[in-house]
Design a protein around this ligand. Structure first.
Ligand code: FMN
Length: 201
């Protein structure tokens, strides 16, 4: 698919055909493409938890959502045959930037203009979203509530120093996919957000 077409088609898909698993080669391409993301200092401080069996996916949803009857969003999202949880690893950046060519040996976090570990893991996540579209599948990036992060780590044996930046659900789109109400906001235009030469407005 043309790159511009991938971009045009990219949108979050929130319902999946539960009877169509993600082909293994597509799953592997998603993951390989994620690793093509840029990273500060080429730190690559990220990790990806891949959940595919019903038991693994159930465990994810149980750990990350409130008990009780699932709402419509959760019912549809639970049909996704593949979940990839991207984790950022801050310590990898502090270690990398303490190396001689960077020299931030004090590991002072105030040196970081923004948390590059989360930025880079977000970029890797976007590559997975785009790859899903390119492969004719759908995907959604969604958040893990902060109060559920400890349960997620405990369930899957994730060390405390890894932080889930969200989760990417992947699969063939289902019939019940609904557009997000947020889309009513409309996409902001270039003239609204781009400042050429000087901040205007
Ligand atoms: C950081 C981030 C967090 C998001 N969290 C959620 C979420 O928790 N649940 C959800 O359904 N969509 C989530 N989304 C998807 C946005 O709602 C979606 O990207 C936005 O409405 C624009 O729609 P589109 O991506 O289909 O173009 C998230 C997107 C981003 C980038």
């Amino acid at each position: 698919m043309e790159f511009a077409e991938v971009l045009r088609r990219r949108r979050m898909v929130r319902d999946y055909d539960p009877d169509r698993p993600v082909p293994a080669e597509v799953r592997e391409r998603l993951l390989a493409h994620a690793l093509r993301a840029p990273s500060a200092g080429f730190s690559q401080g990220w990790a990806f938890l891949v959940l595919e069996t019903e038991a693994e996916r159930d465990a994810f949803w149980t750990a990350t959502t409130a008990p009780g009857a699932p709402d419509g969003w959760l019912t549809r999202m639970r049909r996704a045959p593949l979940l990839v949880v991207p984790f950022s690893h801050k310590a990898a950046y502090l270690d990398r930037y303490a190396e001689p060519d960077k020299g931030w040996t004090d590991r002072d976090e105030s040196r970081w203009p923004v948390p590059y570990w989360d930025v880079d893991t977000g970029m890797a996540s976007l590559l997975m979203l785009l790859t899903a579209v390119d492969e004719g599948l759908g995907a959604c990036f969604f958040g893990v509530p902060p109060e559920r992060v400890a349960a997620l780590r405990a369930e899957f044996g994730v060390p405390d120093e890894y932080t889930p930046v969200g989760c990417v659900s992947v699969g063939y789109p289902g019939q019940g996919d609904k557009r997000s109400p947020s889309l009513k906001r409309g996409r902001r235009g270039v003239d609204e957000v781009v400042h050429r030469g000087r901040w205007a407005g």
